[in-house]
Design a protein around this ligand. Structure first.
Ligand code: SF4
Length: 223
């Protein structure tokens, strides 16, 4: 399985923010978000081939009870199914971070789905494929129906909320599981967006998520 990075840190986003976790970051993605914060897994995918036992040894080397399988888009890889089954056999809590465009019958305790809004569409040759794939209602419903889930949206401007509301209505999503995060890869940009986004969350009953890893470590790999 091609892995971009494997590291121990704190979960930086979502309902489990702050929980010590081992991150397994696969490489490769079917989308190309304009503001992707891990371009080394999408625009220029990098990584090394690791066998399942090597990955499990690395996970076991850390004291965490939580493991996060992220990307890139881990759900495009068939090997994610045996990987999650083996992680479950270790008794770990498994979060999968996905854009929700592909379904696989993984073992998972929290399906962290981050559907990509129109603000993610790049210009150039990837635009058409990205826009065609970014919202897959049937896949989103299947993931939400089969797993405990959270829906995380990256918000760049207040106008993005219109698309969020429409999508939630279509999915009949539980608002308590909806989390809004500011777009940004530096502390200053996140701070500026957090101020108005927090007010939107208060008005509309959504949960706000910081991006703790950026606050703590800045825009770095392996954190
Ligand atoms: S889905 Fe995630 S990994 Fe893929 S391009 Fe978008 S932000 Fe990057």
């Amino acid at each position: 399985m091609k892995i971009a990075e494997l590291f121990y840190s704190l979960q930086g986003e979502g309902a489990l923010v702050g929980v010590p976790s081992v991150f397994i970051r696969t490489t490769g993605c079917n989308l190309r978000c304009r503001w992707c914060d891990t371009p080394y897994t999408s625009w220029q995918p990098e990584g090394v081939e690791l066998a399942l036992p090597q990955i499990l040894d690395e996970v076991r080397a850390h004291p965490a009870r939580h493991v996060v399988v992220t990307g890139g888009e881990p759900m495009i890889l068939a090997d994610v199914v045996p990987l999650t089954e083996r992680l479950r056999a270790l008794g770990l809590h498994i979060t999968i971070e996905t854009a929700g465009t592909v379904f696989r019958p993984v073992a998972c305790d929290l399906m962290s789905i981050s559907p990509k809004l129109a603000n993610s569409t790049p210009s150039g040759p990837w635009a058409a494929q990205h826009d065609r794939l970014r919202i897959q209602p049937d896949t989103l419903l299947e993931l939400m129906g089969r797993y405990r889930y959270q829906l995380k949206f990256v918000i760049e401007k207040p106008g993005d909320l219109e698309e969020v509301r429409l999508l939630l209505e279509m999915l009949r999503a539980d608002r308590e599981r909806v989390i809004l995060m500011p777009e940004g890869i530096d502390r200053e940009g996140l701070r500026e967006r957090s101020v108005w986004l927090a007010e939107i969350c208060k008005e509309e009953g959504f949960r706000f998520s910081p991006r703790l890893h950026v606050d703590l470590y800045g825009n770095q790999r392996g954190v």
